[in-house]
Design a protein around this ligand. Structure first.
Ligand SMILES: Cc1cc2nc3c(=O)[nH]c(=O)nc-3n(C[C@H](O)[C@H](O)[C@H](O)COP(=O)(O)OP(=O)(O)OC[C@H]3O[C@@H](n4cnc5c(N)ncnc54)[C@H](O)[C@@H]3O)c2cc1C
Length: 476
């Protein structure tokens, strides 16, 4: 029996914990090493001012039956369906997102709407020359005017580079097959019941926050022969002659394993490995991440504004997104009379914003939130800052080539599986990371040959489809 194989998982986020959970189910005793004091990674839920909050908005959504079945297996009946309400804040107005044509038309004004239609038509007749950038991809789909209103400022805030420098993969992955025609068709004729992934209008949310899923997985692993080691950062994965044999903890201890599943940053993994060719080291060093700053603010009031989250396109505000946790499920508010809102900012290490103190960031958050008019004159009684390094893998134009080199090198190493958002340098949502963990476990336990690098690119297009509803799984 291969159950005797010694397996280590690095990182207790959705990817790592899913792999460990699946292996524990199949009888393996897995060791999970997590650098921080809690599980969940970017999808953890934290306690703040006697309420539960996530690290920004965390809507779980998948069409993949395997992923949905697993999620339901862990969550059981402890979830509610949430009616999504998200808007875009632009030029002091709030636009429904997904766009509602008549609402958008009214708010943009006839003149701007006319320019949008004309620039869309121009695009159909004289298409922009594609150069692989996000900018030309979106203009090709929607026309320049809509790009400039609904894509440019937000994307440039998020990535910190111009839309010309941003790879079209970002659009292809996130906007996918959505065309203007389809968006308008959905808005007008499907009664809002669209199935496009970026536009779903209902989602399942755990009663104790998104992190509940991963806290339960941790418990399961610990109760089924495995061990989740918190506060235990991994420095290095050791290999000899192309085969993994052990890991080195940050304190220098070495522990032997037959297989290592890594979801720690790919750059860290490769930088600290032996036998890495110079050109792979060079390629690895060109992969960049964008950091996130979360400014939580406690508002003394309830029913402050109705959205789950809002996208801030206004370019006089540095914040990019605002989440109101009171509008998710009532359980996370825990009967408090106040509302917790989080404002998101994005930065690179060298940026002044990243280096600002918590006090400065709270002041900025307060000032900008007030400027939106969302909280009227309600008191903001407290602030709290969380800084997350390496939050977004930056799909800068040309990133695929160095990533491929790193991927090809790592694929050759026997006994190593590389998964996760910064683990595999993929702009993953929870569902993608869960799927990676699931398939990594299948590769080990069932001797399968799933290509983990394909996930969040082509993979999901040919899987069995389903959605989670109030009464459970709905297979299509
Ligand atoms: C602001 C924000 C909003 C988001 N919104 C959504 C959303 O609406 N829907 C959605 O599905 N997803 C959302 N996501 C994405 C989601 O959080 C991630 O896709 C998911 O958490 C990735 O899981 P992962 O396991 O791949 O990586 P992570 O969650 O990053 O977990 C990696 C883990 O590895 C640990 N680690 C790192 N280095 C080491 C080391 N050397 N040794 C040991 N452990 C280490 C980390 O501490 C971490 O716990 C959002 C993310 C952010 C930041």
């Amino acid at each position: 029996m291969s159950e005797t194989k010694k397996i280590a998982v690095i990182g207790a986020g959705p990817a790592g914990l899913t792999a460990a959970y699946e292996l524990a189910k199949k009888g393996y005793s897995v060791d999970v090493y997590e650098a921080s004091s809690e599980v969940g990674g970017l999808s953890k839920t934290i306690d703040l001012w006697n309420q539960k909050v996530d690290l920004g908005p965390h809507r779980f959504f998948s069409n993949d039956t395997k992923v949905n079945e697993l999620w339901l297996e862990v969550v059981g009946k402890d979830y509610r369906m949430v009616d999504r309400l998200t808007r875009i804040y632009y030029k002091k107005k709030f636009y429904y997102y997904p766009l509602k044509p008549f609402d958008a038309l009214k708010k943009l004004g006839l003149g701007t709407a006319f320019v949008c239609v004309m620039s869309y038509m121009k695009e159909r007749i004289f298409p922009v020359k594609k150069n692989g950038s996000f900018e030309t991809w979106v203009i090709g789909r929607f026309g320049y005017k809509l790009f400039s209103i609904f894509f440019k400022t937000y994307s440039e805030k998020l990535w910190g580079i111009s839309c010309q420098e941003l790879d079209e993969d970002f659009a292809a992955q996130r906007i996918k097959k959505l065309s203007l025609f389809k968006a308008v068709w959905n808005a007008l004729f499907s009664g809002g019941k669209t199935k496009h992934k970026t536009l779903v209008d209902q989602f399942a949310y755990p009663l104790q926050g998104t992190g509940m899923v991963y806290e339960r997985m941790e418990k399961f692993v610990n109760e089924h022969g495995g061990k989740v080691h918190l506060n235990t950062a991994i420095k290095k994965v050791n290999c000899k002659n192309g085969t993994v044999n052990s890991i080195q903890l940050a304190d220098g201890t070495v522990q032997e394993f037959d297989h290592v599943i890594s979801s720690m940053p790919i750059t860290h993994l490769v930088n600290n490995m032996d036998e890495v060719p110079e050109e792979v080291i060079e390629a690895n060093s060109s992969l960049k991440f964008r950091n996130t700053i979360l400014v939580y603010l406690k508002i003394e009031g309830q029913d402050v504004f109705p959205d789950n989250w809002l996208y801030v396109h206004a370019n006089d505000l540095q914040m990019g997104r605002i989440t109101n946790f009171c509008n998710w499920v009532p359980e996370i508010n825990q009967g408090e009379k106040s509302t917790i809102v989080v404002a998101e900012y994005w930065a690179y290490e060298q940026d002044k914003l990243w280096q600002s103190s918590s006090e400065e960031l709270i002041e900025l958050g307060k000032k900008e939130l007030r400027k939106t008019g969302l909280i009227k004159d309600l008191e903001i009684s407290q602030g709290h800052v969380v800084k997350i390094p390496k939050c977004y893998p930056v799909y800068a134009r040309g990133y695929k080539e160095p990533l491929k080199k790193v991927e090809q090198h790592l694929t050759k190493i026997s006994g190593l599986s590389v998964i996760g958002r910064y683990g595999a340098f993929k702009y993953n949502n929870q569902d993608h990371s869960i799927l990676m963990g699931l398939l990594a476990a299948e590769n080990i336990a069932e001797n399968k040959n799933n290509n983990l690098w394909e996930i969040n690119t082509d993979y999901e297009d040919y899987q069995e489809k389903s959605t989670i509803t109030e009464s459970g799984l709905n297979k299509e």
